[in-house]
Design a protein around this ligand. Structure first.
Ligand SMILES: [Zn+2]
Length: 310
């Protein structure tokens, strides 16, 4: 029996899971990240968690063959060092070597958005697909690419940053990246909330999340419906541009906004079809299926792929 250990490091918590070689989660465990206590403390706690949780799940340590880790930040070209992870206050952390020493296992590390895509392509919404575009629509918009079954990073890990496609060349609003008119300024949850407050000032105090706007749309508010339709049209446009360049065989949509399911995905699909060639939009556009597990499952898959490659 071969078991993989998947780790998904976030700003507040570290999610981990023992995952079978078929992608099934055998056991989950979490610990607080506490970046302020330093790296030595972090790895000591991680080692303790790994050993305790293996024991409580009845998994023999010697059956665990590799560890994969997702990090919210930029890695060096060799995927060995975390160059910068702002939420963790990490800079130039040799994560792969430290993990291998800490857990005594071969380790593989990647950006968390890329691992979510790999997880969805393994056992999630894009199961069995070879060329997956996996987009996450939440506060911002990000995407991971799995091409020919493996993560595509591009020159320096920026592949899939489709939230910063400049779709409004003039008159757009300012994005966090410094540009104006980026896709995420018109199609993210943040954009949906902003637009809804502008169009419905009398309801602004009650609009906290994008889900509030979707609820209003479902209740028949024409303004809320217009906001959803516009954001969906922009997203479908951005996906059409991206898919035309890459010709994926599946597009998976995840993140907070995808919880609205068909209320949002249906108009996104219509726009994707409107703005792309027929043979491009043969690719189905489907919801993500793994939710919060995508990171740990993708991390386990990455570990497995590295082991298979030797
Ligand atoms: Zn931007």
């Amino acid at each position: 029996m071969s078991v993989l250990f998947g780790i998904d490091i976030g700003g507040t918590s570290v999610k981990t899971a023992f995952v079978s070689s078929e992608g099934e989660i055998l056991h989950r465990a979490e610990m607080p990240t506490r970046p302020e206590t330093g790296l030595d403390d972090f790895f000591a706690r991680l080692r303790a968690l790994f050993q305790q949780e293996a024991r409580s799940a009845g998994i023999r340590i010697q059956d665990v063959t590799g560890v994969g880790v997702g990090v919210p930040g930029f890695l060096d070209d060799a995927c060995a060092v975390v160059v910068e992870a702002v939420n963790l206050a990490w800079r130039d952390v040799p994560l792969r070597d430290r993990l291998e020493a800490c857990l005594e296992l071969p380790a593989a590390i990647e950006n968390d958005a890329n691992l979510a895509a790999l997880g969805e392509s393994w056992v999630g919404g894009g199961k069995g697909r070879q060329h997956l575009l996996c987009v996450t629509v939440g506060t911002g918009i990000g995407a991971g690419l799995v091409l020919n079954g493996i993560i595509y990073r591009g020159m320096n890990g920026m592949a899939g940053e489709i939230g910063h496609l400049v779709v409004q060349r003039q008159g757009g609003i300012r994005c966090n990246c410094g540009q104006t008119g980026c896709l995420e300024t018109v199609a993210s949850a943040t954009a949906i909330i902003r637009q809804a407050k502008e169009r419905m000032p009398e309801r602004a105090a009650n609009i906290v999340g994008a889900s509030d706007v979707f609820s209003l749309a479902e209740q028949g508010s024409a303004e809320a419906q217009a906001v959803v339709a516009e954001a969906a049209d922009w997203l479908g446009y951005g996906l059409a541009l991206t898919a035309t360049a890459l010709n994926p065989d599946c597009i998976v949509v995840g993140g907070g906004v995808s919880k609205a399911r068909e209320l949002f995905l249906q108009p996104v699909r219509q726009a994707f079809i409107r703005y792309s060639l027929e043979r491009i939009h043969e690719a189905p556009l489907v919801p993500a299926e793994l939710g919060n597990d995508a990171g740990v499952v993708g991390a386990a898959r990455l570990a497995q792929q590295r082991l298979n490659r030797g």
